[in-house]
Design a protein around this ligand. Structure first.
Ligand code: SAM
Ligand code: SF4
Length: 326
């Protein structure tokens, strides 16, 4: 079991398949001319399988595929199907634009739940936020997943002045549709123009929700990063991921593997451990993983305090989100 010095057991691995993407969300990929990693620098399919199997042999029981956009990778279907054989819970976070090409692979791999990112229910705004015009494809693919029996969670990064006026529209959507909307507090990463006054907090989101609905708090699982709620008698639910205003580091069970094969023991960690080079050199990888876990900071990668209003982004050392794998 991969246990850190704070007795947190790391059972949940998030693997980034690529830092490439077909959208350009400003909070994630800051520059239009961002240079994607060269192919040879990325983990190859067999390397992903080997590393994933090693994590599973050491207690990981859940794997999430992410990116960049995992489904722009040419061999994504092969990777999904092979990881499906590891016998652990497999899931994915995607922007939803290419789901229709992969839905059978997801079923074959035993994936039952997919997180789709969609920050607005307005087509024009989608084009502004992502710099690409794919709104209807994403909406259709959410329906496709529901029709095929998947659990669908919709990730919404809430940014003040951009989409906070749509919080009630998203909750309305859960009335007759069994989706689970997850409002995510806007987080600071390299070059993403984060400012504390652009953040809409968990409490503010709840206050807005209360202006229209009776809100019932739902039970949370021990490692949940979100607080779950149901509005009135809606079929679906909503949740808030309060990373900035109420971090959940104490119960963290996550490890991240970047597309170039480096472990980040925290989303906000500056330190990285290179597993891919060791694997390619025939060195033992497990001691590197264990060492990385043991060096995990207590909170927020050791980079900032719980008072998000005091964060000075010029002092943060991290990749942009697209290169980490959210
Ligand atoms: N391309 C896929 C997608 O968009 O779902 C997967 C990768 S994306 C980096 C994973 C998640 O991170 C998405 O839900 C995205 O909205 C979220 N994300 C990216 N940048 C963020 C930020 N600055 N603050 C909060 N969430 C962010
Ligand atoms: Fe691409 Fe996802 Fe980042 Fe948007 S959030 S730029 S879809 S990786």
């Amino acid at each position: 079991m991969l246990t850190d010095t704070f007795q947190r057991k790391h059972t949940y691995l998030r693997i980034s398949l690529t830092d490439n993407c077909n959208l350009r969300c400003f909070y994630c990929m800051p520059e239009e001319d961002y240079a994607f990693m060269p192919q040879r620098q990325l983990m190859q399919a067999d390397e992903i399988e080997k590393l994933a199997a090693l994590f599973v042999a050491n207690g990981v029981n859940k794997i999430r595929l992410t990116g960049g956009e995992p489904l722009v990778r040419k061999d994504a279907a092969d990777i999904i199907r092979s990881l499906g054989k590891l016998g652990v819970e497999l899931t994915m976070t995607t922007n939803g634009t290419r789901i229709h090409h992969f839905v059978d692979d997801l079923v074959a791999a035993g994936i039952r739940s997919v997180n789709i990112s969609l920050d607005t229910l307005q087509e024009d705004k989608f084009s502004i936020l992502t710099r690409r015009n794919q709104y209807q494809v994403v909406k259709d693919n959410i329906q496709l997943l529901l029709d095929r029996g998947f659990t669908v969670k919709v990730n919404v990064v809430v940014v003040k002045g951009l989409n906070d006026n749509e919080i009630l529209d998203f909750i309305d959507w859960t009335k007759h549709t069994p989706i689970h909307v997850r409002f995510i507090e806007f987080m600071p990463f390299d070059g993403n123009q984060w400012k504390s006054d652009k953040l809409v907090t968990w409490k503010e989101i709840l206050e807005i929700a209360h202006t229209r609905y009776e809100i019932e708090a739902l039970a949370n699982d021990p490692h949940d990063t979100c607080k779950k709620y149901r509005a009135d008698d809606h079929q679906g639910s909503f949740a808030v991921i309060s990373t900035m205003s109420a971090p959940f580091c104490g119960s963290c069970n996550r490890i991240r593997l970047t597309a170039d094969g480096k472990i980040k023991n925290c989303l906000f960690s500056e330190e990285e451990t290179d597993l891919l080079t060791a694997l390619r050199n025939g060195q033992e990888v497990l001691p590197l993983i264990e060492q990385s876990i043991l060096s995990k900071h207590k909170e927020l990668g050791g980079q900032f305090s719980k008072d998000f209003t005091s964060i000075d982004t010029t002092h943060l050392h991290n990749r942009s989100m697209i290169a980490i794998g959210g």
